[in-house]
Design a protein around this ligand. Sequence first.
Ligand SMILES: Cc1cc2nc3c(=O)[nH]c(=O)nc-3n(C[C@H](O)[C@H](O)[C@H](O)COP(=O)(O)OP(=O)(O)OC[C@H]3O[C@@H](n4cnc5c(N)ncnc54)[C@H](O)[C@@H]3O)c2cc1C
Length: 256
Amino acid sequence: MEKYDIAVIGAGIAGLTAAIYAVRAGKSTIVLEGKMEGGQIINTINIENWPGDMRVSGVDLIRKVKAQAEELGAKIDYVNVEKISAMDGGFEILGDMDEKILVSSVILAMGTNPRKLSDAMMKDAGKRPVSYCATCDGALYKGKNVVVVGHGNSAKHEVKYLEGICNKVYNIHHDEKIPEDADAVFVAIGRIPATECAKGLVEIDGCGYIVAGEDCHTTQPGVFVAGDARTKTVRQLVTAAGDGAVAAEEAVRYLA
Ligand SMILES: Cc1cc2nc3c(=O)[nH]c(=O)nc-3n(C[C@H](O)[C@H](O)[C@H](O)COP(=O)(O)OP(=O)(O)OC[C@H]3O[C@@H](n4cnc5c(N)ncnc54)[C@H](O)[C@@H]3O)c2cc1C
């Protein structure tokens, strides 16, 4: 069984950047991605704060970063990681693949997932479709009435986007009743860290984030964390990419 120097869990901007730094430092690197590369930014059409591009879509940005990581020598496998265990001389990774993967060091870059609608609201939605992405599904409701649940910045963005397509856009709180004439429900009530597979391996705070400072060290030697899954104040593309670089450099230092 092949053993890699570094496994990166998650192929969002943090994980792909970590892979670029790790392979350029001469380390054999495997990136394990449970869905498709890109993470949260993949549905965003206009990113205006990625340095070097006045406007770039999430798809185009990630396509370039992924190609760069692969051309430099990173291997990307589509595997949902379920458990990571420390063992003598490294770590064992288990997931929805045939064989376990053995590595010397791990970079956790699983980001966050959208917070789901409560059971009560799902019941209220009934047979009406529930979406977590206006950019992906908004066009299906052209000229119809829709409701956006949530009042944060993401919800405001969804409302604005849908107003350009739909007949009427209601905006309600997560505990309000869904208007009867709404044809579909769009949900934007925050995000939760995707840190389940790291439970028992590293310290996780009360909100589910992996505890680490700017050096990206977790409480487990040999395991580092990059991007939105980490305790931090600013969760953006550039900070996630910055973490990716730091986590990879720290992993390389650990391996030495
Ligand atoms: C709607 C929206 C718009 C945004 N717009 C901007 C913007 O304009 N500018 C900006 O700077 N930031 C923006 N952000 C924030 C930005 O997208 C995030 O800060 C950034 O994507 C975080 O990157 P990440 O790699 O840490 O995590 P993510 O992007 O969440 O990627 C994590 C990856 O890990 C994978 N993964 C998770 N669990 C597992 C597992 N168990 N096994 C294998 N793989 C796993 C996921 O499938 C995913 O691909 C936006 C976010 C949203 C939601």
